[in-house]
Design a protein around this ligand. Structure first.
Ligand SMILES: [Fe+2]
Ligand SMILES: [Fe+2]
Length: 329
């Protein structure tokens, strides 16, 4: 269903997102962003792309994420500029590269290939996965898969993911063999095997997400001992989609670990905000107010608390069909 907003509503969203009055709270700016993302229009792309001069890495990485999810090739020049800016926060550059993968235009492949040796591990790993994803989208399996999706297909998750689930779980049709203990264990082994290409490990990750049982959550949580921050932040993101209370202990451990990468802790905080069980709130408050915690972690907790409050209220301000509950990347 196409949602129409008036020019003045659009202007209000832009003013809010870009904090033109200089006193808009970060979580309020996020809400404007989610609304623009839900509009999926060329106007949204233009407005969102204006936000990249902001000082908040958290906000900017979310802008890039939303541009990828909107999926319009008109966002590619802005994303490329972000990826090319070596002074930009790696989390933002990562998200720009991932968004290019989500938009999946073959013209992005040579650009992404330029960054396969980037000094930032999360950037080069993202580019590797994004190239593999664009190639997969254009492969026989990928084309067949995309052709099989029509208006009556109800996806398990509406996000455009950095990798499709493993072949046998592509459309979310779970057969008993896949969800069996042995099936989950097979996927877990693939997930944690550092000798396999990251794209293949990601496919196992998204297969486990689609299985979604407590055993699959445990299998995913075992990925938190990996060395790649990128890999771990994606697991935390998936936990934010799964909303399984079973993942709370592992997410709290990640959030509270000062030696863990900011990107992973950020994603854990937001997943906890989405799961929104009572025991997570004091931890989110604690880290939001910790002066010596990294800015990204503090700001993520602020956004997460807004998500938590949204989940725990009867708030229907989003019920205007523009957006559902905020899902942050
Ligand atoms: Fe990310
Ligand atoms: Fe994120």
């Amino acid at each position: 269903m196409a949602v129409v907003v008036s020019p003045s509503e659009l202007q209000a969203l832009e003013d809010c997102l870009l904090n033109k009055s200089n006193n808009v709270a970060l979580h309020t700016r996020f809400r404007a962003l989610f609304t623009l993302k839900a509009l999926k229009s060329e106007d949204s792309v233009k407005i969102i792309a204006k936000g990249f001069s902001d000082p908040s890495a958290l906000l900017k990485h979310e802008l890039a994420y939303c541009l990828g999810q909107i999926g319009k090739p008109t966002a590619l020049p802005a994303l490329e500029t972000v990826l090319r800016d070596a002074t930009e926060d790696p989390m933002v550059r990562h998200e720009a590269a991932e968004a290019m993968g989500a938009i999946s235009n073959p013209s992005s492949v040579p650009i992404l290939n330029e960054f396969l040796a980037d000094p930032q591990r999360s950037v080069r790993e993202t580019c590797e996965i994004a190239v593999a994803k664009i190639e997969w989208d254009n492969s026989e399996e990928g084309k067949k898969h995309h052709a099989s999706i029509n208006e009556s297909t109800i996806p398990l998750y509406t996000s455009v993911d950095p990798a499709p689930p493993s072949s046998n779980l592509l459309l979310g049709n779970l057969n008993p063999e896949d969800v069996s203990e042995a099936g989950v264990e097979r996927l877990r082994k693939e997930l944690v095997d550092p000798a396999l290409p990251l794209f293949q490990r990601y496919r196992a990750m998204f297969a486990l997400r689609n299985i979604g049982t407590p055993a699959a959550v445990d299998a995913l949580a075992s990925g938190f001992s990996d060395e790649s921050a990128l890999f771990k932040h994606e697991i935390a993101f998936i936990f934010g989609q799964l909303l399984s209370t079973h993942s709370v202990p592992s997410l709290l451990q990640v959030l509270q670990n000062p030696s863990e990468s900011d990107m992973v802790r950020h994603e854990a905080a937001e997943a906890l905000g989405g799961i929104a069980t009572p025991e997570v709130l004091p931890h989110l408050r604690e880290w939001m107010n910790k002066e010596d915690a990294p800015r990204v972690v503090r700001e993520s907790c602020q956004v997460a608390i807004d998500m938590w409050e949204h989940e725990n209220s009867d708030e229907f301000q989003y019920a205007n069909a523009l957006t559902s509950a905020p899902i942050a990347a």
